[in-house]
Design a protein around this ligand. Structure first.
Ligand code: GDP
Ligand code: MN
Length: 390
């Protein structure tokens, strides 16, 4: 799960990481009041969307007075911000963060994330921080330093010091850098983060280290033990189909194609997407209903596919092992009773209670094309989707 910069900054502050003073605003009037409350300018007004690269896309603007802050907020609120991370459709900005702008002497990059291959949390830092970090990663990767953190020792002072030296920080700066790294690591582990990133970590006019930007992603599988983090979820920023899928605890990822897929098991789901592509089609989603889905869960999953206007055909590809084919069939029929099914269904049922499942679907009055096997199903689904596209 992702959160906004203003929320991440509040968490940073709670963990003793310095951030600029600021306040979130949803309207122009709120933005002006926020600037007034800060007192002296200059101010920085930043679009709050779940995406980086806002600066380059015009989502970060400076103002000298509260009136000017209001003008900049007016420009940003409601704009569709198109960054490298949002894709061409962009994101409509609904909130801004109004902060006191600081004088930035130098910009560094600093983050903690999990390196799956090394099975360790890693500290990543670079003296070439700021908006060009992606470019630096491509052109001069030697300027990006990575250190593994031992899970038993945690973030040690000597590691943080070594990293500070690599960055070329002065002794006074390293004195601040060590507790900064330790605090970030405490935040990372206590809140089960998957990424904590400060870019830029700024040295301000007074020589202090301040997090001029704040980004935190959380491990979804650990959210159950952080109710207060779950409450920060902003569904406006999330793909609506995925928000709906989360309600039913489904493994669902929205894609751009037009063949809705309902599959059990992640491996079979991936193979299904591959075989659809192999037959010239394009999947509208990845969906694994899991091994022990109830009819209700299946109905929820099927409803998501039906509600997706891009979907021209649905391919149900089930290999019943632990999952029973009749439960899948019941779920499909239950959802079809509530929602109009306007698209053709291609069904391949194999395994436990396959015959019972086929009987339920056969008697449902739905427009079903039976598939002999997976390849036959994929081929038929691709053909039907193509016909529907015209
Ligand atoms: P991002 O582009 O989405 O990563 O947004 P950032 O919050 O990092 O802002 C983009 C850039 O604006 C930063 O890399 C800084 O160079 C600059 N910036 C942000 N806040 C301040 C500030 O308070 N003072 C100054 N001088 N520059 C800032
Ligand atoms: Mn940034």
């Amino acid at each position: 799960m992702k959160i906004h910069e203003y929320q991440a900054a509040a968490l940073f502050a709670a963990y003793g990481v310095r951030v600029p003073e600021g306040q979130m605003a949803k309207t122009v009037a709120e933005a002006e009041a926020a600037a007034r409350a800060l007192g002296e300018g200059p101010f920085v007004i930043k679009a709050q969307v779940h995406s980086g690269g806002r600066g380059k896309a015009g989502g970060v603007k400076f103002a000298n007075t509260p009136g000017e802050a209001a003008e900049k907020a007016k420009e940003i609120l409601g704009m569709t911000l198109v960054t490298k991370q949002t894709g061409p459709q962009g994101r409509v900005v609904q909130k801004v963060l109004v902060s006191r702008a600081m004088e930035i002497a130098r910009e560094y990059y600093l983050s903690l994330t999990v390196d799956g291959a090394r099975e360790r949390v890693v500290l990543i830092a670079s003296p070439a921080g700021g908006m060009e970090i992606e470019e630096t990663a491509k052109t001069s990767p030697e300027k990006i330093y990575t250190m593994e953190i031992d899970p038993y020792l945690g973030m040690t002072g000597y590691q943080a010091r070594e990293m500070g030296k690599k960055l070329g920080l002065s002794a006074a700066e390293i004195k601040q850098f060590i507790p900064l790294c330790k605090n970030l690591y405490r935040l990372f582990t206590e809140k089960d983060c998957s990424l904590v990133e400060i870019n830029p970590l700024a040295i301000d006019g007074a020589g202090d280290l301040v997090a001029a930007d704040a980004k935190i992603n959380f491990d979804d599988n650990a959210l159950f033990r952080h109710v207060e983090i779950g409450e920060m979820r902003d569904t406006n920023e999330e793909e609506p189909r995925e928000t709906e899928a989360a309600k039913y605890d489904l493994n669902y990822i929205g894609l751009d194609g037009d063949i809705g897929c309902m599959v059990n098991g992640a491996g079979l789901a991936m193979a299904t997407m591959d075989i659809i592509q192999a037959f010239g089609g394009s999947p509208a989603n990845f969906l694994d209903v899991g091994g022990s889905a109830t009819a209700e869960k299946v109905a929820g999953a099927f409803s998501i596919l039906l509600a997706d206007s891009k979907v021209k055909c649905i391919f149900i590809n089930i290999f019943g092992g632990i999952m029973r084919c009749d439960v899948i069939a019941e779920g499909v029929v239950e959802a079809a009773r509530k929602l109009a099914v306007k698209v053709p269904l291609v069904v391949r049922l194999e395994g436990t209670n396959a015959e019972a499942g086929k009987k339920i679907l056969g008697g449902s009055g739905l427009n079903i094309t039976a598939a002999a096997d997976m390849a036959d199903g994929a081929e038929k689904a691709c053909r039907l989707a193509k016909e529907a596209r015209g």
